[in-house]
Design a protein around this ligand. Structure first.
Ligand code: GLU
Length: 460
């Protein structure tokens, strides 16, 4: 007679084989897209306990379906620079999964953008958006355009050209883009204006992150950074700790980083370092956020300029050194793979107690292993930075209702959403045999909602 143990072993073998097979397909179908492989690998491995417990997902071949985008759009973006020269960039929109709502996700303008980067971001977005509990599917877009050093006129001409092609694929019930690296309020404004001219109607819900004067939501600007800190606060609470009196390092100095710093400071932390793509500043007295906001949000200058105004502060060329600054809490809010195994080991050696990912996939798989093995509280991006897209979904709600909530109303909803995400991740990690592992918890909780919706909708 077959014992229960033997059945479990057999199921475990089948689940692992299934995951490996699909992963091989991903590599073969998407050669050279290393970031996409990395995002897929992390999620696939987390899902093995789900496939062991519920083999019907394997029968449905749910993983191979999920990892194949519903649609990938790639297009030419021609524009004229200030010298009158014609420039050409490549634009993308990946409409990854619409099982639980219209495609939703940001647009990134950065020279590193290619199909693999947008696919990794889009794939992550499916699970992140699912975790918010709100009705939004997963998508992502971008272009290999470098906004650095461009004039407002160049940014406008590029962005209008980008939207002149993108408009035909999006809509308030179809696909709702927003910002990401290199795309903020200015770019969203230009995109919205161009969409409205082409469509000939005021469809506020087609984009989020809009200005407050034309359908934007209060607290959207702050949402990703605040949300990351709310998430970390929950992790700390469970260990009887808090931000109060802690030393914090936050990489980046863009929208996510600035508002993560602001909320951490409000909760009594001392933030001693932040960075941009050239280097980082260290201010042992605590960073002056007003200076960072003015330099970055108004003057669009380099973070290096900070030290001229604050003589006690130091500037270091290059970004990775920021993780050698001793801290209790690290919030990577710059970009993907900014913490590798070596950086993670230094953080651990310096006694870090919590890491909350404000950027998308800022830690490599090896770095995550280091954190988990050393019992560092680790808030993975798709959970910890979901506050931005969550408030985007609240912006869509307000647009549909043609009214707007106060800052405090939106902030309170954001806070609740982040608490719920945290609880759901903890619960899923417990239920599937990995207590305390929020990477597994986030991936499983995000997966189940989308997978179940897909299955009841037939073979889609
Ligand atoms: N780009 C953000 C993210 O990675 C926000 C997306 C949105 O608001 O749609 O989640």
């Amino acid at each position: 007679m077959t014992t229960l143990h033997e059945v479990k072993d057999a199921n475990s073998k089948i689940a692992k084989e299934y995951v490996n097979e699909v992963f091989e397909t991903v590599i073969a179908r998407n050669p050279f897209e290393s970031e996409f492989h990395q995002a897929a690998k992390e999620i696939f491995d987390s899902l093995i306990p789900v496939f062991i417990k519920h083999p019907h997902y394997i029968d449905q071949n749910i993983l191979e379906r999920m990892v194949e985008p519903e649609r990938v759009i790639s297009f030419r973006v021609p524009w004229i620079d200030d010298q009158g020269k014609v420039q050409v960039n490549r634009g993308f929109r990946v409409q990854f999964n619409s099982a639980i709502g219209p495609y939703k996700g940001g647009v990134r303008f950065h020279p590193s953008v290619n199909a693999g980067i947008i696919k990794f971001l889009g794939f992550e977005q499916i699970f992140k958006n699912s975790l918010t509990g709100l009705p939004i599917g997963g998508g992502k877009g971008g272009a290999d355009f470098d906004p650095k050093g461009k004039s407002d006129g160049e940014i406008m001409r590029f962005t209008q050209s980008f939207m002149t092609e993108l408009y035909r694929y999006i809509g308030p019930d179809i696909d709702v883009p927003a910002g990401d690296i290199g795309v903020g309020a200015r770019e969203i404004g230009f995109m919205y204006g161009q969409y409205k001219r082409i469509r000939g109607g005021f469809e506020a819900g087609v984009l989020t992150g809009k200005g407050l004067g034309y359908g934007g939501s209060l607290a959207r600007t702050e949402a990703t950074g605040y949300g990351t800190v709310y998430f970390v606060e929950e992790m700390l609470k469970d260990r009887g700790q808090s931000f109060k009196g802690s030393t914090v390092v936050v990489s980046g100095s863009g929208n996510v980083s600035i508002y993560a710093m602001e909320k951490a400071m409000q909760l009594g932390a001392k933030v001693v370092a932040c960075s941009d793509s050239n280097g980082y500043i260290y201010d042992q007295n605590g960073i002056n956020l007003d200076t960072v906001k003015r330099l970055k949000e108004v003057e669009r200058k380099r973070i290096k300029e900070y030290v001229a105004e604050h003589p006690g502060a130091l500037y270091f060329e290059g970004c990775s050194g920021i993780w050698s600054i001793p801290c209790d809490i690290a919030l990577p809010c710059a970009t993907q793979n900014e913490i590798d195994e070596a950086a993670a080991k230094i953080l651990v050696a310096n006694g870090v107690i919590a890491v909350g990912e404000g950027a998308n996939m800022p830690s490599t798989l090896d770095a995550i292993d280091v954190f988990l093995k050393n019992k560092v509280l680790f808030g993975p991006a798709k959970a910890a930075n979901a506050g931005g897209v969550a408030v985007s979904a609240l912006e869509m709600s307000q647009n549909s209702m043609r009214l707007s909530w106060t800052f405090d109303e939106v902030d309170a909803k954001l806070h609740k959403i982040m608490e719920n995400i945290y609880r759901n991740c903890v619960k899923a990690a417990d239920e599937y045999g990995h207590p305390g592992n929020l990477v597994v918890g986030a991936n499983i909780a995000g997966f189940l909602r989308v997978a179940d919706a897909m299955i009841v909708q037939g073979v889609i």
